[in-house]
Design a binder for this molecule. Structure first.
Ligand SMILES: Cc1ncc(COP(=O)(O)O)c(C=O)c1O
Length: 383
């Protein structure tokens, strides 16, 4: 009964591994890509009040105008980037939905889509489910997991319809400075390629400044679908709130599908999201804490011989097991069964990353310290 192309779709490598974790008590989980903080109180309070006031209806398909206005103001203030809340922003159920809609709005079956690896699990999956052909652009640890312009130039010759960018990146935490982004844009701007830029971790940037891809120039803004949301920086995963910004034609196409599939994002989540944009102090506090954890975990992993590129943002790092000559899945299973620490094997983010593991440091300092002790014990038995 299942469509052939859906049957062929690989299940998420993260879920597959976490089915093993389910039911195991006392596991220190460095696996899930979710903040360990709860949403700021003012956000929760706003949601409670909205319910008390009986705000339980649909909203317009595009989302509450006040939220779109707040997002437009946020981007104007933070990045000097202007989006018209009337025509250039649509509210979705998380970046996940925005990404799905963006792919469907801009591509026909068989269109080629460039996915930069290692990649977030949905990037190849949803285009494949849409009948697209995915072209992988592999980055390497030797090059700090950054896009190599020569490799990009070669792929662009294959006439892709779009490229998916994600920075700070899940699973490496790697980001790009303006100069690097300009070099990428110089290559992309020669062709008619749509840039889908998932910047859901923009608030969790610990070095330098985050540069939205749409900021590069007028043409880049015209060709970019900027995706963002409230799950990560605002610790609001359960609210399922995100948005897409872009030129009015694309946003109108995205809204058309959204109106038939989801109709609108939940009203309470939209009201809470407006409040979240006013919770910058709370966001800054979480950012400081993540940075402290990042500094600790990356230093300790490197000391243990697990070579780790310093992540600029998000809450992940992607250490290598090469020195220990053990594959990621074997190591992850050992770590889980012998020491009850859960990490995700790198192959969940691209099949060639079989010597890397993804560690999420969205966890308490005590748990991170404990995890390092247990990782060291497993490593010492390997030598
Ligand atoms: C890069 C990236 N994009 C999108 C998402 C999903 O975000 P949302 O909760 O807004 O759907 C995640 C979640 O892990 C992610 O890492």
């Amino acid at each position: 009964m299942i469509a052939k192309h859906i049957e062929k779709l690989a299940p998420s490598g993260i879920r597959e591994f976490f089915d093993l974790v389910l039911g195991m008590p006392d596991v220190v989980s460095l696996g899930v890509g979710e903040p360990d903080f709860i949403s700021p109180w003012r956000v929760r309070e706003k949601a409670i009040t909205a319910l008390e006031e009986g705000l339980t209806s649909y909203t317009s398909n595009q989302g509450l105008f006040v939220l779109r206005q707040d997002i437009a103001n946020h981007y104007k203030k933070k990045y000097a980037l202007r989006y018209d809340p009337k025509k250039e922003i649509v509210i979705t159920s998380g970046v996940s939905e925005a990404f799905d809609l963006a792919i469907r709005a801009i591509s026909d079956p068989k269109d080629k889509i460039i996915v930069v690896s290692p990649h977030y699990v949905a990037y190849p999956a949803l285009p494949e489910a849409n009948g697209n052909k995915v072209l992988f652009l592999t980055t390497t640890q030797e090059e700090n997991f950054k896009i190599n312009p020569k490799v990009l130039s070669e792929l662009v010759k294959k006439r892709p319809k779009a490229i998916i960018l994600n920075y700070p990146c899940n699973p490496t935490g790697v980001s790009y400075c303006r100069g690097e982004l300009k070099e990428i844009w110089k290559i992309l701007s020669r062709e008619e390629i749509v840039v889908i830029s998932d910047e859901v971790y923009d608030e969790l940037n610990y070095e330098g400044e985050h540069i939205p891809f749409s900021c590069l120039d007028k043409k880049a803004k015209e060709r970019t679908i900027l995706l963002n949301g409230f799950s990560k920086g605002y610790a609001m995963t359960g609210f399922r709130s995100g948005y897409a910004c872009g030129n009015s034609k694309i946003i109108s196409a995205i809204t058309k599908i959204h109106a038939y599939s989801a109709l609108c994002a939940p009203i309470v989540s939209q009201i809470a999201s407006s409040e979240a944009l006013r919770a910058q102090k709370e966001v800054a506090q979480m950012r400081v804490e993540y940075k402290r954890r990042r500094d600790f975990i990356v230093r300790e992993l490197n000391n243990l011989g697990l070579d780790t590129v310093m992540p600029q943002g998000a809450f992940y790092c992607f250490p290598s097991l090469k020195k220990f000559k053990i594959k990621a899945l074997d190591f992850a299973k050992k770590l889980l069964f012998e020491e009850k620490v859960a990490v995700v094997p790198g192959t969940a983010f691209g099949k060639q990353y079989d010597y890397n593991i993804r560690i999420s440091y969205a966890n308490t300092q005590e748990n991170l310290k404990e995890a390092i002790i247990r990782i060291e014990r497993v490593l010492s038995k390997l030598q």
